[in-house]
Write a protein that binds this ligand. Structure first.
Ligand code: SF4
Length: 314
């Protein structure tokens, strides 16, 4: 399609999922989307998953050009693990307040004070990962911490995931930055709202993400990451599930299990994830921007912390 017809598409508002797929194929891009993207974008993606799943998956596919739909630290993680590939994102400042809550100086201070290993949640800035001993995901945080040869562990930036890890491992977990480290989508979910849904759907199983506070985790039948939530329905005959994580996850679950009912917590919306739209995704492909770049020295150090995780969880 030449520039005129692309302009026509934009002007007439003809940006359909099919048109984006056509453009991606024409330009040679593979589209990779996080579980929390809007359903229309999940529909056009070649792959959908959590951030580390996707970053690792991209290392195995032939395409050298990737359009990533998610937030900035995830796109950077993809670049860290795939330095030779071109990775573009539709929005330059689609960021994560929780990742931004932890800075390198906080890590240096905590390491000097406690002399303990630092485990960083994958939802963190790349330069912070470069100062970590090991990266973890919400799926393997407990396993990673259990495997460290230390009873005291620095953990950041999510204080709620830190408290979950402390409960499960019995180790002394020091959250950094502390009270200010949390995901607003998961931290502010109201216990009343979950209790209301439980009373409305008494047969439903409650699955919750470990980024929620402990009073919400106590209401759960299952606590797990989005990749673990994907598998949970295969382990039970339940027909209904209350899904206590970002609402975008519903679309993936509904596609996987069309015979089950998934009930969202409507207040759980990540506005940062929703900055990607059909229109800016189309423009990103058309103009092949914005390219994700990471300083090579920082990338090398961050990669080392990811490799340590892979070694511990093999
Ligand atoms: S859902 Fe939470 S952790 Fe994930 S990008 Fe949004 S604010 Fe960050």
């Amino acid at each position: 399609m030449g520039p005129t017809s692309a302009l026509e598409t934009l002007r007439k508002g003809l940006i359909t999922p099919e048109e984006i797929r056509r453009l991606a194929e024409e330009k040679g891009y593979t589209i990779v989307a996080h579980n929390y993207q809007i359903p229309e974008l999940q529909q056009i993606a070649d792959y959908i998953g959590d951030s580390l799943q996707l970053a690792r998956l991209v290392t195995t596919i032939p395409s050298q050009k990737i359009l990533f739909l998610g937030v900035d630290f995830m796109a950077e993680m993809m670049k860290v693990l795939n330095p030779e590939r071109k990775i573009i994102v539709p929005v330059r400042h689609s960021t994560c307040p929780m990742a931004n809550s932890l800075e390198v100086k906080d890590v240096i201070e905590a390491k000097q004070k406690y002399n303990a290993p630092f485990v960083v949640y994958v939802n963190s800035r790349t330069e912070v990962k470069a100062y970590a001993d090991v990266v973890c995901t919400s799926a393997n945080a407990v396993d990673v911490v259990n495997k460290l040869d230390s009873d005291t562990v620095l953990f950041g930036p999510d204080k709620n995931l830190a408290s979950y890890v402390a409960e499960k491992t019995g180790k002394k977990i020091i959250p950094i930055p502390g009270e200010t480290g949390y995901c607003y989508v998961h931290n502010y979910v109201k216990e009343d709202e979950i209790r209301f849904l439980i009373s409305k759907y008494p047969d439903a199983k409650v699955m919750v993400h470990p980024e929620v506070p402990s009073n919400i985790r106590k209401l759960a039948d299952f606590v797990g990451s989005t990749s673990q939530m994907e598998k949970y329905p295969t382990t039970t005959d339940a027909k209904e599930f209350i899904v206590v994580t970002e609402v975008g996850m519903l679309s993936k679950l509904e596609n996987l299990y069309p015979d089950r009912k998934f009930i969202p917590v409507s207040s759980m919306v990540c506005y940062n994830m929703k900055k990607n739209t059909l229109k800016n995704t189309y423009l990103a492909l058309l103009e092949e921007k914005y390219e994700v770049l990471v300083d090579e020295d920082i990338a090398r150090k961050a990669r080392r912390a990811v490799e340590k995780m892979l070694e511990l969880t093999r």
